[in-house]
Ligand binder design. Structure first.
Ligand SMILES: Nc1ncnc2c1ncn2[C@@H]1O[C@H](COP(=O)(O)OP(=O)(O)OP(=O)(O)O)[C@@H](O)[C@H]1O
Length: 310
């Protein structure tokens, strides 16, 4: 049995030309394995191909070429089993306005062939915090409640893999926190593999064990979040001088700029230069320090470094 929740090999997708649009090669041969039990982030700028990958996983878009294996099942040979292993929370709320949350969950469970005795409707309503809205029409639910209901619908067949497509785009902080708390719980308590796409790098940094960066239909990189951040090997020490000061003479390996607020920002590579050496430069120049802080590279820096000029 493979250790991967998802195995993607040589995945290609070309959307056919229409009278109004040219053919579009959205995926140009993607190889990607996603380990079981991970929280995995799929990052990329608009139009990179993230939704295309997710829609192929969901069985909503037909691939042009390549192999997709979901939870050990080849998508082409075992379409039913591979679909059953995955639950998708889509970007757009696609709820029937005349269904209640309980009704929506029951219908969805029916679509997946979950027998009545095995349905988890009550537990799911509780998980998504909609127990007291169970009988309300979907059209009377707030935007946040609808999003939660979408998460619930993705869970009716207790999939091993949960895919969240831009789950927190445009949602408020309270709902975002609730969604993440739920997702973490599903991952920790049930070992559910979580795959998410997000534009918010901070969110990916905070949530994901591993990250794949996609651009123009190609995989740019895939690594643990910690390694990705480590790759930049850059740190900045920001010194607030006690009195206004110019930048002192600097040894090789340290660069500095004066920021608008009068602080001095020293940038160095921690693998080559220690914080102590930076402080010694400041000290030897006779600069008195009122305050000091350090800034680490974040995912945004990595992302820009990898996707610019490509
Ligand atoms: N149904 C379609 N027909 C033709 N072209 C499409 C179709 N769907 C997507 N595309 C094109 O394929 C490319 C990849 O789109 P995709 O939606 O997968 O990107 P994305 O990374 O999910 O972007 P976003 O973050 O904006 O959702 C884009 O150039 C897009 O215009």
């Amino acid at each position: 049995m493979t250790e991967n929740a998802i195995e993607i090999e040589g995945l290609r997708k070309t959307y056919a030309a229409t009278p109004r649009t040219e053919a579009k090669e959205a995926l140009k041969g993607i190889d990607l394995n996603i380990p079981r039990g991970s929280i995995f982030g799929l990052l990329g700028p608009n139009g990179a191909g993230k939704s295309t990958i997710i829609n192929i996983l969901a069985g909503l878009v037909n691939k042009t070429d390549g192999r997709v294996n979901i939870w050990g099942f080849d998508q082409d040979k075992n379409p039913r089993q591979s679909r059953a292993a995955i639950g998708i929370m889509p970007q757009e709320p696609n709820l029937d306005p005349f269904f209640t949350p309980r009704g929506s969950l029951e219908v969805q469970a029916g679509l997946y062939g979950v027998p009545k005795s095995q349905r988890q409707t009550k537990e799911i309503l509780e998980l998504i915090g909609l127990t007291d809205k169970a009988e309300a029409y979907a059209r009377s639910l707030s935007g946040g409640m609808r999003r939660r209901l979408l998460l619930g619908k993705a869970l009716v067949h207790t999939p091993q893999i949960l895919v969240l497509d831009e789950p927190t785009a445009g949602v408020d902080i309270e709902l975002r926190n609730m969604l993440w708390a739920n997702v973490r719980r599903l991952n920790e308590e049930q070992g559910m593999t979580i795959i998410l796409t997000t534009h918010y790098l901070e969110e990916a940094q905070e949530m994901c064990d591993e990250i794949a960066i996609i651009n123009h239909g190609q995989l740019i990189t895939r690594d643990t979040t910690a390694n990705l951040l480590g790759r930049l090997d850059s740190k900045t020490m920001v010194i607030t001088p006690a009195t206004e000061t110019a930048i002192p003479d600097l040894p090789a390996g340290i660069t500095a700029t004066t920021r608008k607020d009068g602080t001095l920002a020293f940038t160095y590579k921690p693998r080559e230069t220690s914080a102590e050496e930076v402080l010694a430069v400041v000290h030897n120049a006779g600069i008195r320090i009122a305050d000091v802080k350090t800034e680490e590279a974040d995912l945004e820096d990595v992302f820009l470094a990898l996707t610019s000029n490509k």
